[in-house]
Write a protein that binds this ligand. Structure first.
Ligand code: FAD
Length: 420
């Protein structure tokens, strides 16, 4: 006979370290998960390894898709529109090929109509600051300096220990503790996948006094200014993301020196930006996902970079992490209200099925962009050259060159919230 379970609010004691749901990690995904749980009437708290006065370096996720903004607006009214007010929508897409313009299009209404545009461009630190304010508004606590060190699960729930020696009980745990996830290690899940062959140099350059109206996102193939390296330049509120793809025999650490960066900035952006470098880092992008997104007892759900790491082309990282978080909250809400263990288990398994499928799809899409950019395939090289030589006559050829670095636009086959 089916075993019946008690509702969470009747099983929980008043111990302050007891919550129906705990979240590991106060990155954008963990904070979204907390907001999404609250929106569904579920109490939660976040355990965060770092201190409250931490610095989060770099602009990172600047491209926030409309579907992500809509999800944030749905779970915390005002959050999506605040980010829209804070961000910017660039109206022009421009692409050059070895110094020659091959595509240039300006949209009259680049964001579309309505309160939520197709995208907004805003640094991740700003998005996180707004999420943080939203958590404060509704009284969700972040326990800083609380690194999750062990996770034990059973059919009845989760026991967590943090580095400060505190012990925590919960019915469910969302592991949103980023790429190096300890929660993932603790449930015995493993990352599987590849790493990019090329390194990428990513820098933030400040725009003093704010941007004007005429903003463009620019991609330059084999740019002469960078001795034949691909360059991407994207505006965001307060600055520019400069992304330079290293060549095979480059030493990325040498290229990231102040002297070399100043040369790149001068040659790509102009003398007036030379002293405006705010941050620079080098990356080899991992393309990996966990072999399972849930533990054996269906009590721990991995979300965001704890579950998958994607190359950033197509901007699927944070965007898909927000969808994970919202879906994890939705599954947990049903599971907590379930009157049978089997229904609860099933719901968590459905989360894993949906989000593993989505991650596979997103990995494939980001992988196509990466493969295209690394450009080793002779057919791709030929296609790029043919498109560049036809671009003056056929706009479609230039548009293809403009579009291809970001991979396909499609969404995963099973989508319930968000598009990624
Ligand atoms: C250069 C670059 C550009 C990018 N551009 C985009 C873009 O345009 N659009 C996009 O969607 N994505 C983009 N991304 C990806 C995006 O930055 C990540 O997907 C996003 O930060 C993942 O969020 P997260 O909350 O899963 O992980 P994180 O942001 O890594 O947060 C994890 C949190 O968990 C904490 N933590 C770690 N271990 C523990 C522990 N044991 N216990 C408790 N807490 C712990 C960490 O301190 C951190 O606060 C980009 C990434 C890079 C590097």
């Amino acid at each position: 006979m089916e075993e019946f379970r008690l509702h969470s609010n009747t099983t929980m004691s008043t111990n302050e370290n007891t919550n129906p749901v705990l979240i590991a990690g106060a990155g954008p995904v963990g904070m979204t998960a907390a907001l999404a749980l609250h929106a569904r009437g579920i109490d939660t708290a976040i355990l965060e390894a770092e201190s409250e006065d931490r610095d989060r370096d770099g602009s990172r996720a600047i491209y926030v898709h409309g579907s992500t903004l809509r999800t944030l607006e749905r779970i915390h009214p005002g959050l999506g529109t605040d980010l829209v007010d804070e961000g910017l929508v660039w109206p022009t897409r421009r692409t050059l090929y070895r110094g020659k313009e091959v595509f240039n299009r300006t949209y009259d209404s680049p964001g579309g109509s309505g309160d939520i545009p197709h995208f907004t461009s805003v640094p991740q630190v700003v998005t996180e600051a707004y999420m943080h304010d939203a958590l404060e508004d509704i009284g969700i606590e972040i326990h800083w300096d609380s690194e999750v060190v062990t996770v034990d699960t059973s059919p009845d729930g989760v026991h967590v220990e943090t580095g400060d020696g505190a012990e925590w009980e919960a019915e469910y745990l969302i592991g949103a503790d980023g790429g190096g996830s300890e929660v993932r290690n603790e449930i015995g899940a493993n990352f599987e996948g590849d790493q990019s062959e090329n390194a990428f140099l990513i820098a933030d350059i400040e725009e003093e006094g704010g941007h004007g109206e005429e903003l463009e996102r620019m991609f330059h193939y084999d740019a002469p200014e960078t001795d034949g390296r691909n360059v991407l330049l994207v505006p965001f509120t307060g600055g520019w993301r400069l992304d330079i793809q290293c060549l095979g025999d480059d030493d990325p650490e040498e290229l990231k020196s102040d002297e070399r960066m100043q040369e790149f900035i001068r040659d790509v952006m102009g003398e007036e930006y030379v002293d405006n470098l705010k941050w620079v880092s080098t990356y080899y992008f991992l393309q990996v996902m966990a072999d399972t997104f849930v533990d054996e007892h269906r009590r721990v759900l991995l979300a965001g970079e704890a579950a998958h790491l994607l190359a950033p082309f197509g901007a699927r990282g944070m965007n898909s992490g927000v969808a994970d978080a919202d879906e994890a909250a939705s599954a947990i809400a049903v599971a907590l209200g379930a009157r049978t263990d089997a229904v609860a288990r099933d719901e968590i398994e459905l989360y894993a099925a949906r989000r593993e499928k989505a991650a596979e799809y997103n990995l494939e899409a980001a992988g196509q962009a990466l493969e295209y950019l690394q450009g080793e395939n002779p057919a791709t090289i030929l296609r790029k050259e043919a498109a560049a030589s036809l671009a003056d006559t056929f706009e479609e050829a230039g548009e293809w060159l403009d579009d291809a670095p970001y991979g396909p636009h499609g969404s995963p086959p099973i989508v319930s919230t968000g598009n990624y």
